[in-house]
Design a protein around this ligand. Structure first.
Ligand code: SF4
Ligand code: SF4
Length: 101
């Protein structure tokens, strides 16, 4: 049985939690970040080697010259409430959501 949640009116629904963001497809537009109120994700730099580094860190400063683009990445997946808002605003179809058993 999947995990369920309830609306204010008591109706049951199945949350679809964010499980992955494809860095190949993501264009770093930030739309998902703007609609999410749960601090689930933030923009990262993607290096030529496929490494994801967070701005403001020493790691980022070390590889700054190798960054090819900005992509969204999850930092607190455990905060997701499965509302699906991020998927509705994504123009690149790069997110995966799933129910949890
Ligand atoms: S499903 Fe909702 S809570 Fe989860 S990351 Fe997307 S917008 Fe945030
Ligand atoms: S909305 Fe989609 S393309 Fe834009 S930053 Fe989020 S995951 Fe990437």
């Amino acid at each position: 049985m999947p995990m369920v949640a309830y609306t204010r009116g008591g109706a049951e629904y199945v949350p679809e939690f964010l499980t992955n963001i494809d860095p190949e497809k993501c264009i770093g537009c930030g739309r998902c970040y703007k609609v999410c109120g749960r601090d689930v994700m933030t923009l990262h730099g993607l290096t030529e080697d496929g490494e994801m580094v967070r701005p403001g860190t020493d790691e980022y400063d070390d590889v700054e010259d190798e960054i090819i683009k900005s992509v969204m990445s999850m930092i607190h997946p455990e905060n997701c409430i499965g509302c699906g808002a991020c998927a509705r605003v994504c123009p690149s179809d790069c997110q995966t959501h799933a129910a949890v058993d």
